[in-house]
Design a binder for this molecule. Structure first.
Ligand code: TRP
Length: 330
């Protein structure tokens, strides 16, 4: 029996190189080894100020992007296709302590953000219970591992805590304790400001979209921030290091090694380095762009395929929820 993996992705923001190399590429690899549940978390998205049409569009955009990256359609669905997530979320709320939820740092950050971005400084109560729904996402499939970033550590710990309390209270051993799965990956920084991570929320110039026109990618990379060129051949400025990281991430290893030795003997021109990075990135992402175009020209079929996945995954969810309700006396 394969172990199960569950992860959620927000239906907002574009797919940039940082996200691709930081998460999605890893998901694609994990599919070979695990039974996977990859979910576009639209129920989570409504906890922040949002527009319904934009949410609907964003959810499908993410689906097309993930498929273009090689995520298998049978593992991919939109959270609201499986409403059992919310019913389990409600039940698990009874096994989550109020005090524990109050300590979640993501709530503290996001409630400030919600207050600042909505006209009426509105903070939804669903934002507060967001981690309970996340626990439900994971426990509904009794996942063993959850590939996430370090920022999700607290939510994973809460999930284990909820699972344990449910087991105790129902005198069962129903849920296992899911573990975060951190895999080493290239950290890609903003080319416009290599002191921060590449990010969708910081604005257009701080991320390079995987599906952008090659000409745009090239322009972004050619204007990458480096340094004055004075260096000792050993230590590297963050901007230059980031360009080398992109060569490694895009598997341009020969170019990487030859340019690195140029760097070490101080004969490297940054213009040349950028040119090489631009072509490495463009070549690497070309098949992804092509696959996305094909998917977009079969929009209806692709959507129906994902609806079928949602339906199939829901059958498993229904069966598990029935067992949970039985144990909970419902
Ligand atoms: N909270 C996660 C984030 O902000 C998204 C998420 C929702 C998630 N449900 C999940 C991640 C389940 C892993 C498993 O990125």
């Amino acid at each position: 029996m394969k172990e199960r993996i569950m992860s959620g992705v927000q239906p907002t923001g574009n797919l940039h190189l940082g996200r691709y190399f930081g998460a999605i590429q890893n998901w694609v690899k994990l599919q070979e080894e695990y039974e996977c549940y990859f979910c576009v978390v639209n129920y989570h998205a409504i906890t922040m100020p949002y527009k319904p049409d934009k949410l609907r569009q964003g959810s499908w955009d993410v689906i097309f992007n993930l498929l273009a990256c090689g995520v298998k359609p049978e593992y991919l669905f939109i959270q609201s296709m499986v409403p059992e997530h919310t019913e389990l979320g409600w039940i698990l709320g009874a096994f989550t302590s109020y005090g524990y939820l109050s300590r979640m740092t993501q709530f503290k950050d996001k409630s400030k953000q919600a207050e600042a971005t909505s006209k009426d400084a509105y903070i939804s109560s669903a934002l507060f219970t967001y981690p309970v729904l996340q626990a439900a996402d994971i426990l509904l499939y009794n996942a063993h591992k959850v590939p996430v970033g370090k920022d999700q550590e607290q939510h994973l710990e809460l999930t284990r805590n909820v699972a344990q309390r449910f087991n105790q209270q129902t005198k069962s051993d129903y849920f296992n304790a899911p573990e975060a799965l951190y895999t080493p990956f290239a950290k890609i920084l903003s080319t416009a400001d290599p002191t921060i991570k590449m990010s969708a929320s910081k604005g257009d110039k701080h991320n390079i979209d995987v599906f952008a026109e090659p000409a745009k990618m090239k322009k972004q990379i050619m204007s990458a921030v480096t340094d004055s060129g004075n260096h000792d051949g050993e230590s590297m400025s963050p901007g230059v290091e980031n360009l080398f990281a992109l060569l490694r991430a895009t598997e341009a290893h020969d170019v990487h090694d030859s340019l690195l030795s140029d760097y070490k003997n101080k004969s490297l021109q940054y213009g040349h380095l950028k040119q090489e990075v631009a072509s490495a990135v463009i070549n690497f992402t070309q098949p992804l762009r092509e696959r996305r175009e094909t998917l977009l020209s079969n929009r209806k079929e692709v959507k129906n395929r994902i609806r079928t996945s949602g339906h199939d995954i829901r059958q498993k969810a229904i069966a598990r929820l029935k067992e949970v309700k039985e144990l909970a006396g419902l």
